[in-house]
Design a protein around this ligand. Structure first.
Ligand code: S3P
Length: 440
Protein backbone atom coordinates (compact mmCIF):
# COMPACT_ATOMS: atom_id res chain seq x y z
CA UNK A 1 0.00 0.00 0.00
CA UNK A 2 1.12 3.57 -0.68
CA UNK A 3 0.06 6.88 0.83
CA UNK A 4 0.89 10.31 -0.51
CA UNK A 5 0.55 13.97 0.31
CA UNK A 6 -3.13 14.87 0.19
CA UNK A 7 -5.74 17.61 0.35
CA UNK A 8 -6.96 18.74 3.79
CA UNK A 9 -8.80 16.00 5.66
CA UNK A 10 -12.42 16.93 6.36
CA UNK A 11 -15.46 15.21 7.82
CA UNK A 12 -16.59 12.82 10.52
CA UNK A 13 -14.49 9.75 11.35
CA UNK A 14 -16.60 7.02 12.94
CA UNK A 15 -13.93 4.70 14.26
CA UNK A 16 -14.78 1.12 15.30
CA UNK A 17 -15.49 -0.29 18.75
CA UNK A 18 -12.79 -0.68 21.35
CA UNK A 19 -10.73 -3.82 20.85
CA UNK A 20 -9.92 -4.42 24.53
CA UNK A 21 -13.55 -4.05 25.58
CA UNK A 22 -14.78 -6.21 22.68
CA UNK A 23 -12.59 -9.17 23.72
CA UNK A 24 -13.71 -8.84 27.34
CA UNK A 25 -17.42 -8.55 26.47
CA UNK A 26 -17.25 -11.87 24.57
CA UNK A 27 -15.27 -13.66 27.28
CA UNK A 28 -17.35 -12.42 30.23
CA UNK A 29 -20.52 -13.03 28.20
CA UNK A 30 -19.36 -16.64 27.76
CA UNK A 31 -18.79 -16.94 31.53
CA UNK A 32 -22.18 -15.49 32.53
CA UNK A 33 -25.34 -17.56 32.93
CA UNK A 34 -27.79 -16.48 30.20
CA UNK A 35 -27.74 -14.08 27.28
CA UNK A 36 -25.39 -11.08 27.00
CA UNK A 37 -26.12 -8.50 24.28
CA UNK A 38 -23.30 -6.52 22.77
CA UNK A 39 -23.55 -3.49 20.50
CA UNK A 40 -20.66 -1.71 18.81
CA UNK A 41 -18.47 -4.82 18.91
CA UNK A 42 -15.27 -4.44 16.89
CA UNK A 43 -15.52 -6.92 14.01
CA UNK A 44 -11.77 -7.04 13.46
CA UNK A 45 -10.07 -10.40 13.01
CA UNK A 46 -8.61 -10.39 16.56
CA UNK A 47 -12.07 -10.19 18.08
CA UNK A 48 -13.61 -12.64 15.58
CA UNK A 49 -10.95 -15.14 16.66
CA UNK A 50 -11.97 -14.66 20.30
CA UNK A 51 -15.64 -15.16 19.33
CA UNK A 52 -14.70 -18.44 17.62
CA UNK A 53 -12.71 -19.48 20.68
CA UNK A 54 -15.68 -18.86 22.99
CA UNK A 55 -17.78 -21.14 20.75
CA UNK A 56 -15.08 -23.79 21.01
CA UNK A 57 -15.31 -23.59 24.82
CA UNK A 58 -19.08 -24.19 24.64
CA UNK A 59 -20.72 -20.73 24.55
CA UNK A 60 -23.36 -19.92 21.95
CA UNK A 61 -22.10 -16.80 20.12
CA UNK A 62 -24.28 -15.26 17.41
CA UNK A 63 -23.88 -12.23 15.16
CA UNK A 64 -27.26 -10.45 14.95
CA UNK A 65 -26.22 -7.51 12.77
CA UNK A 66 -23.29 -5.13 12.25
CA UNK A 67 -21.57 -4.87 15.65
CA UNK A 68 -24.56 -6.53 17.31
CA UNK A 69 -23.86 -9.84 18.97
CA UNK A 70 -25.49 -12.19 21.47
CA UNK A 71 -23.53 -14.54 23.72
CA UNK A 72 -25.25 -17.31 25.63
CA UNK A 73 -22.82 -18.10 28.41
CA UNK A 74 -22.03 -21.35 30.18
CA UNK A 75 -21.33 -19.87 33.64
CA UNK A 76 -18.11 -19.57 35.65
CA UNK A 77 -16.42 -23.00 35.61
CA UNK A 78 -18.70 -24.18 32.81
CA UNK A 79 -16.23 -24.16 29.90
CA UNK A 80 -16.20 -27.38 27.84
CA UNK A 81 -12.94 -28.83 26.56
CA UNK A 82 -12.34 -27.64 22.98
CA UNK A 83 -12.17 -30.39 20.38
CA UNK A 84 -9.42 -28.72 18.39
CA UNK A 85 -6.53 -26.27 18.66
CA UNK A 86 -7.58 -22.68 19.50
CA UNK A 87 -6.11 -20.31 16.91
CA UNK A 88 -5.97 -16.75 18.25
CA UNK A 89 -4.50 -15.37 15.03
CA UNK A 90 -2.58 -12.14 15.71
CA UNK A 91 -4.07 -11.43 19.13
CA UNK A 92 -2.01 -11.35 22.31
CA UNK A 93 -5.00 -10.08 24.24
CA UNK A 94 -7.19 -12.91 22.94
CA UNK A 95 -4.81 -15.74 23.77
CA UNK A 96 -3.69 -14.41 27.15
CA UNK A 97 -7.17 -13.61 28.44
CA UNK A 98 -8.59 -16.92 27.23
CA UNK A 99 -5.72 -18.87 28.83
CA UNK A 100 -6.63 -17.16 32.11
CA UNK A 101 -10.34 -17.83 31.71
CA UNK A 102 -9.84 -21.59 31.17
CA UNK A 103 -6.90 -22.18 33.56
CA UNK A 104 -9.03 -22.93 36.62
CA UNK A 105 -11.34 -25.45 34.92
CA UNK A 106 -10.49 -29.18 34.64
CA UNK A 107 -9.97 -29.04 30.88
CA UNK A 108 -7.02 -28.96 28.51
CA UNK A 109 -6.63 -26.62 25.55
CA UNK A 110 -3.89 -26.03 22.99
CA UNK A 111 -3.35 -22.51 21.66
CA UNK A 112 -1.59 -21.20 18.59
CA UNK A 113 -1.49 -18.07 16.42
CA UNK A 114 0.15 -16.42 13.42
CA UNK A 115 3.90 -15.85 12.94
CA UNK A 116 3.74 -12.68 15.06
CA UNK A 117 1.84 -14.25 17.96
CA UNK A 118 3.99 -17.40 17.96
CA UNK A 119 7.04 -15.19 18.57
CA UNK A 120 5.56 -13.48 21.66
CA UNK A 121 6.22 -14.48 25.29
CA UNK A 122 3.45 -16.38 27.09
CA UNK A 123 5.47 -17.15 30.24
CA UNK A 124 4.33 -13.86 31.77
CA UNK A 125 0.82 -15.34 31.85
CA UNK A 126 1.52 -19.02 32.47
CA UNK A 127 3.76 -18.22 35.50
CA UNK A 128 0.88 -16.76 37.56
CA UNK A 129 -1.57 -19.36 36.17
CA UNK A 130 0.66 -22.13 37.56
CA UNK A 131 0.11 -20.66 41.06
CA UNK A 132 -3.60 -21.53 40.68
CA UNK A 133 -2.55 -25.13 39.89
CA UNK A 134 -2.61 -24.98 36.08
CA UNK A 135 0.24 -26.37 33.97
CA UNK A 136 1.49 -25.15 30.61
CA UNK A 137 3.68 -26.84 28.01
CA UNK A 138 4.90 -24.73 25.12
CA UNK A 139 7.88 -24.12 22.87
CA UNK A 140 11.21 -22.74 24.04
CA UNK A 141 10.93 -19.32 25.66
CA UNK A 142 7.26 -19.92 26.55
CA UNK A 143 6.17 -19.57 22.93
CA UNK A 144 3.02 -20.88 21.21
CA UNK A 145 1.83 -23.44 20.31
CA UNK A 146 1.17 -24.15 23.95
CA UNK A 147 -1.06 -26.54 25.86
CA UNK A 148 -2.63 -25.40 29.11
CA UNK A 149 -3.91 -28.05 31.53
CA UNK A 150 -6.45 -26.33 33.75
CA UNK A 151 -6.39 -26.82 37.53
CA UNK A 152 -8.98 -29.34 38.76
CA UNK A 153 -8.77 -27.96 42.32
CA UNK A 154 -7.70 -24.35 41.90
CA UNK A 155 -6.51 -22.27 44.83
CA UNK A 156 -6.80 -18.47 44.95
CA UNK A 157 -3.59 -16.48 44.54
CA UNK A 158 -2.01 -13.21 45.52
CA UNK A 159 0.07 -11.93 42.63
CA UNK A 160 2.11 -8.82 42.05
CA UNK A 161 2.31 -8.26 38.28
CA UNK A 162 6.02 -7.79 37.48
CA UNK A 163 5.52 -5.94 34.16
CA UNK A 164 2.94 -3.23 33.46
CA UNK A 165 0.48 -5.44 31.54
CA UNK A 166 -3.30 -5.34 31.49
CA UNK A 167 -3.26 -8.70 29.74
CA UNK A 168 -1.40 -10.38 32.60
CA UNK A 169 -3.57 -8.67 35.22
CA UNK A 170 -6.71 -9.70 33.35
CA UNK A 171 -5.58 -13.31 32.87
CA UNK A 172 -5.05 -13.63 36.64
CA UNK A 173 -8.43 -12.04 37.43
CA UNK A 174 -10.25 -14.28 34.93
CA UNK A 175 -8.53 -17.34 36.41
CA UNK A 176 -9.49 -16.09 39.88
CA UNK A 177 -13.15 -16.22 38.86
CA UNK A 178 -13.23 -20.00 39.26
CA UNK A 179 -10.95 -20.27 42.30
CA UNK A 180 -12.65 -20.44 45.71
CA UNK A 181 -11.86 -17.51 48.02
CA UNK A 182 -10.14 -14.25 47.20
CA UNK A 183 -7.67 -13.63 44.43
CA UNK A 184 -5.57 -10.50 44.84
CA UNK A 185 -3.70 -8.82 42.00
CA UNK A 186 -1.33 -5.94 42.64
CA UNK A 187 -0.07 -3.66 39.92
CA UNK A 188 2.57 -1.03 40.61
CA UNK A 189 1.47 1.11 37.67
CA UNK A 190 -2.17 1.40 36.64
CA UNK A 191 -2.90 -0.30 33.31
CA UNK A 192 -6.20 -0.28 31.39
CA UNK A 193 -8.97 -1.20 33.81
CA UNK A 194 -11.67 -2.58 31.51
CA UNK A 195 -11.59 -6.04 33.12
CA UNK A 196 -12.19 -4.61 36.59
CA UNK A 197 -15.01 -2.35 35.35
CA UNK A 198 -16.68 -5.11 33.40
CA UNK A 199 -16.37 -7.74 36.13
CA UNK A 200 -18.17 -5.34 38.48
CA UNK A 201 -20.80 -4.75 35.78
CA UNK A 202 -21.39 -8.51 35.44
CA UNK A 203 -21.97 -8.71 39.21
CA UNK A 204 -18.65 -10.04 40.52
CA UNK A 205 -17.45 -8.89 43.94
CA UNK A 206 -14.37 -6.87 43.12
CA UNK A 207 -12.65 -4.00 44.94
CA UNK A 208 -9.77 -1.75 43.93
CA UNK A 209 -7.68 0.08 46.53
CA UNK A 210 -4.64 2.25 46.17
CA UNK A 211 -2.08 0.72 48.54
CA UNK A 212 1.58 1.44 49.14
CA UNK A 213 2.55 -1.28 46.67
CA UNK A 214 0.21 0.09 43.99
CA UNK A 215 -3.34 -0.77 42.88
CA UNK A 216 -4.63 -3.71 44.89
CA UNK A 217 -7.48 -5.56 43.18
CA UNK A 218 -9.40 -8.13 45.19
CA UNK A 219 -11.83 -10.52 43.49
CA UNK A 220 -14.07 -13.00 45.28
CA UNK A 221 -14.12 -16.26 43.33
CA UNK A 222 -16.97 -18.39 42.05
CA UNK A 223 -19.61 -15.72 41.59
CA UNK A 224 -22.60 -16.24 39.34
CA UNK A 225 -22.04 -13.66 36.61
CA UNK A 226 -25.23 -11.96 35.43
CA UNK A 227 -25.56 -11.38 31.69
CA UNK A 228 -25.37 -7.76 30.59
CA UNK A 229 -26.08 -5.40 27.73
CA UNK A 230 -22.68 -4.06 26.76
CA UNK A 231 -22.39 -0.92 24.57
CA UNK A 232 -18.79 -0.86 23.36
CA UNK A 233 -17.39 2.70 23.08
CA UNK A 234 -15.22 3.68 20.10
CA UNK A 235 -11.55 2.75 20.36
CA UNK A 236 -9.19 5.61 21.36
CA UNK A 237 -6.27 3.61 19.90
CA UNK A 238 -7.98 3.43 16.48
CA UNK A 239 -9.14 7.07 16.74
CA UNK A 240 -5.46 7.99 17.11
CA UNK A 241 -4.86 7.39 13.38
CA UNK A 242 -7.36 9.85 11.85
CA UNK A 243 -6.69 12.29 14.72
CA UNK A 244 -2.93 12.30 14.14
CA UNK A 245 -3.31 12.38 10.36
CA UNK A 246 -5.53 15.47 10.66
CA UNK A 247 -2.92 17.15 12.87
CA UNK A 248 -0.16 16.85 10.24
CA UNK A 249 -2.12 17.43 7.00
CA UNK A 250 -2.31 21.19 6.54
CA UNK A 251 -5.81 22.72 6.61
CA UNK A 252 -7.51 19.61 8.05
CA UNK A 253 -10.47 19.68 10.39
CA UNK A 254 -12.24 16.49 11.44
CA UNK A 255 -14.59 15.25 14.14
CA UNK A 256 -14.25 11.84 15.79
CA UNK A 257 -17.40 11.14 17.81
CA UNK A 258 -17.88 8.91 20.87
CA UNK A 259 -14.25 8.09 21.66
CA UNK A 260 -13.49 6.49 25.01
CA UNK A 261 -11.73 8.88 27.39
CA UNK A 262 -10.96 6.26 30.01
CA UNK A 263 -8.02 7.75 31.97
CA UNK A 264 -6.10 4.46 31.71
CA UNK A 265 -6.19 4.85 27.90
CA UNK A 266 -5.89 8.56 27.12
CA UNK A 267 -2.16 9.29 27.53
CA UNK A 268 -1.74 10.02 23.82
CA UNK A 269 -4.32 12.80 23.95
CA UNK A 270 -2.58 14.42 26.93
CA UNK A 271 0.71 14.23 25.01
CA UNK A 272 -0.79 15.69 21.82
CA UNK A 273 -2.18 18.68 23.73
CA UNK A 274 1.29 19.21 25.25
CA UNK A 275 2.73 19.17 21.71
CA UNK A 276 0.40 22.02 20.78
CA UNK A 277 -2.35 20.00 19.06
CA UNK A 278 -5.66 21.77 18.54
CA UNK A 279 -8.08 19.16 19.92
CA UNK A 280 -11.37 20.07 21.58
CA UNK A 281 -13.09 17.45 23.70
CA UNK A 282 -16.81 18.09 23.18
CA UNK A 283 -19.92 16.62 24.85
CA UNK A 284 -18.18 14.63 27.59
CA UNK A 285 -20.59 11.93 28.75
CA UNK A 286 -20.79 8.32 29.94
CA UNK A 287 -21.60 5.45 27.55
CA UNK A 288 -21.55 1.78 28.48
CA UNK A 289 -19.83 2.53 31.80
CA UNK A 290 -16.94 4.41 30.11
CA UNK A 291 -16.36 8.17 29.83
CA UNK A 292 -16.54 9.27 26.16
CA UNK A 293 -16.27 12.56 24.23
CA UNK A 294 -16.47 13.84 20.64
CA UNK A 295 -13.09 15.05 19.44
CA UNK A 296 -12.75 18.05 17.12
CA UNK A 297 -9.28 18.15 15.62
CA UNK A 298 -7.59 20.81 13.49
CA UNK A 299 -4.21 20.68 11.79
CA UNK A 300 -1.58 22.13 14.13
CA UNK A 301 2.09 23.02 14.31
CA UNK A 302 3.53 20.57 16.76
CA UNK A 303 6.56 20.81 19.00
CA UNK A 304 8.55 17.88 20.33
CA UNK A 305 8.04 16.88 23.96
CA UNK A 306 9.39 14.49 26.61
CA UNK A 307 6.78 11.84 27.31
CA UNK A 308 7.13 10.84 30.98
CA UNK A 309 7.68 7.10 31.58
CA UNK A 310 4.78 6.95 34.04
CA UNK A 311 2.44 7.76 31.15
CA UNK A 312 3.58 4.77 29.09
CA UNK A 313 0.88 2.33 30.19
CA UNK A 314 -1.93 4.73 29.29
CA UNK A 315 -0.70 5.11 25.69
CA UNK A 316 1.29 1.93 25.11
CA UNK A 317 -0.37 1.19 21.75
CA UNK A 318 -0.03 4.78 20.53
CA UNK A 319 3.78 5.16 20.44
CA UNK A 320 3.99 4.10 16.77
CA UNK A 321 1.60 6.82 15.56
CA UNK A 322 3.09 9.34 18.00
CA UNK A 323 6.54 8.57 16.55
CA UNK A 324 5.21 9.10 13.02
CA UNK A 325 3.77 12.54 13.73
CA UNK A 326 6.70 13.53 15.95
CA UNK A 327 8.65 13.52 12.66
CA UNK A 328 6.64 16.62 11.63
CA UNK A 329 7.21 18.46 14.95
CA UNK A 330 9.81 21.12 15.68
CA UNK A 331 12.45 19.58 17.97
CA UNK A 332 12.83 16.12 19.41
CA UNK A 333 10.25 13.87 20.98
CA UNK A 334 11.69 11.70 23.72
CA UNK A 335 9.91 8.51 24.81
CA UNK A 336 11.25 6.72 27.88
CA UNK A 337 10.13 3.67 29.83
CA UNK A 338 8.80 2.00 26.68
CA UNK A 339 10.57 -1.39 26.84
CA UNK A 340 7.21 -3.18 26.52
CA UNK A 341 7.06 -1.96 22.91
CA UNK A 342 9.65 -4.60 22.08
CA UNK A 343 7.20 -7.47 22.79
CA UNK A 344 4.09 -6.24 20.99
CA UNK A 345 2.82 -7.57 17.64
CA UNK A 346 6.34 -6.63 16.50
CA UNK A 347 9.36 -5.01 18.15
CA UNK A 348 7.76 -1.61 17.70
CA UNK A 349 10.85 0.45 18.57
CA UNK A 350 12.85 -1.33 15.88
CA UNK A 351 10.00 -1.29 13.36
CA UNK A 352 9.43 2.47 13.77
CA UNK A 353 13.14 3.28 13.85
CA UNK A 354 13.91 1.42 10.61
CA UNK A 355 10.82 2.74 8.83
CA UNK A 356 11.41 6.35 9.88
CA UNK A 357 15.06 6.15 8.81
CA UNK A 358 13.95 4.79 5.43
CA UNK A 359 11.89 7.98 5.08
CA UNK A 360 14.71 10.35 5.99
CA UNK A 361 13.82 10.90 9.66
CA UNK A 362 16.60 10.83 12.27
CA UNK A 363 15.97 8.63 15.32
CA UNK A 364 17.90 7.33 18.32
CA UNK A 365 16.99 4.24 20.31
CA UNK A 366 17.88 2.18 23.35
CA UNK A 367 16.47 -0.94 24.98
CA UNK A 368 13.58 1.00 26.56
CA UNK A 369 13.72 4.45 24.99
CA UNK A 370 13.22 6.07 21.63
CA UNK A 371 13.88 9.59 20.29
CA UNK A 372 12.48 11.06 17.07
CA UNK A 373 14.15 14.20 15.72
CA UNK A 374 11.38 16.31 14.23
CA UNK A 375 11.94 17.66 10.72
CA UNK A 376 9.21 20.30 11.12
CA UNK A 377 5.99 20.66 9.10
CA UNK A 378 6.64 19.67 5.49
CA UNK A 379 10.17 18.55 6.39
CA UNK A 380 9.80 14.76 6.17
CA UNK A 381 11.36 13.50 2.90
CA UNK A 382 9.37 10.21 2.68
CA UNK A 383 10.00 8.01 -0.35
CA UNK A 384 10.79 4.91 1.72
CA UNK A 385 9.28 1.45 2.02
CA UNK A 386 8.46 0.18 5.50
CA UNK A 387 8.29 -3.41 6.72
CA UNK A 388 5.09 -3.80 8.72
CA UNK A 389 6.01 -7.17 10.30
CA UNK A 390 2.36 -8.34 10.65
CA UNK A 391 1.74 -5.35 12.93
CA UNK A 392 -1.45 -3.35 12.24
CA UNK A 393 -0.32 -0.28 14.15
CA UNK A 394 3.01 -0.09 12.29
CA UNK A 395 1.14 -0.35 8.98
CA UNK A 396 -1.36 2.43 9.80
CA UNK A 397 1.31 4.69 11.33
CA UNK A 398 3.43 4.71 8.17
CA UNK A 399 0.40 5.23 5.93
CA UNK A 400 -0.40 8.33 8.04
CA UNK A 401 3.23 9.50 7.73
CA UNK A 402 2.91 9.43 3.94
CA UNK A 403 -0.10 11.78 3.96
CA UNK A 404 2.19 14.71 4.80
CA UNK A 405 5.63 13.56 3.59
CA UNK A 406 7.26 15.08 0.50
CA UNK A 407 7.37 11.74 -1.38
CA UNK A 408 4.95 8.79 -1.15
CA UNK A 409 5.47 6.26 1.64
CA UNK A 410 5.02 2.54 0.96
CA UNK A 411 4.32 -0.34 3.28
CA UNK A 412 5.12 -3.88 2.23
CA UNK A 413 1.97 -5.51 3.60
CA UNK A 414 -1.27 -3.93 4.82
CA UNK A 415 -3.08 -7.17 5.64
CA UNK A 416 -2.66 -6.83 9.43
CA UNK A 417 -4.79 -3.67 9.47
CA UNK A 418 -7.87 -5.92 9.39
CA UNK A 419 -7.04 -7.27 12.86
CA UNK A 420 -8.15 -4.05 14.55
CA UNK A 421 -9.49 -1.55 11.97
CA UNK A 422 -10.94 -3.27 8.89
CA UNK A 423 -12.54 -0.02 7.63
CA UNK A 424 -9.33 2.05 7.97
CA UNK A 425 -8.75 2.52 4.24
CA UNK A 426 -12.38 3.48 3.47
CA UNK A 427 -12.64 5.77 6.49
CA UNK A 428 -9.44 7.61 5.58
CA UNK A 429 -10.49 7.87 1.92
CA UNK A 430 -13.81 9.36 3.09
CA UNK A 431 -11.85 12.12 4.85
CA UNK A 432 -9.86 12.82 1.67
CA UNK A 433 -6.71 10.79 2.31
CA UNK A 434 -4.85 9.30 -0.60
CA UNK A 435 -4.03 5.70 0.21
CA UNK A 436 -3.67 3.29 -2.69
CA UNK A 437 -3.29 -0.43 -2.96
CA UNK A 438 -1.38 -2.24 -5.64
CA UNK A 439 -3.55 -4.77 -7.54
CA UNK A 440 -6.73 -2.88 -6.81
C1 S3P B 1 -4.35 -4.88 26.05
C2 S3P B 1 -3.25 -4.64 26.83
C3 S3P B 1 -1.98 -4.12 26.29
C4 S3P B 1 -2.15 -3.55 24.88
C5 S3P B 1 -2.98 -4.45 24.02
C6 S3P B 1 -4.36 -4.62 24.62
C7 S3P B 1 -5.56 -5.41 26.70
O1 S3P B 1 -1.04 -5.15 26.24
O2 S3P B 1 -0.89 -3.36 24.29
O3 S3P B 1 -3.11 -3.93 22.72
O4 S3P B 1 -6.65 -5.39 26.08
O5 S3P B 1 -5.47 -5.85 27.85
P1 S3P B 1 -0.11 -5.53 27.51
O6 S3P B 1 -0.94 -6.12 28.56
O7 S3P B 1 0.89 -6.53 26.96
O8 S3P B 1 0.54 -4.23 27.91
Amino acid sequence: MTSRRCVPLRGVAEVPGDKSISHRALILGALAVGETWITGLLEGQDVLDTAAAMRAFGADVQRLGPGEWAVHGVGVGGFAEPEDVIDCGNSGTGVRLIMGAMATSPITATFTGDDSLRARPMGRVTAPLSLFGAAAFGRAGGRLPMTVVGAADPVPVRYEVPVPSAQVKSAVLLAGLNAPGRTVVIEREATRDHTERMLAGFGAEITVEQGEEGRVITLTGQPELRPQSVAVPRDPSSAAFPVCAALIVEGSEITVPGVSQNPTRNGLYTTLVEMGADIVFENPREEGGEPVADLRVRASSLKGVEVPPERAASMIDEYPILSAIAAFAEGRTVMRGVGELRVKESDRIDAMARGLEANGVRVEEGEDWFIVHGAGPGGVPGGGTCATRLDHRIAMSFLCLGLAAQEPVRIDDGSAIATSFPAFEDLMAGLGAYIARRNR
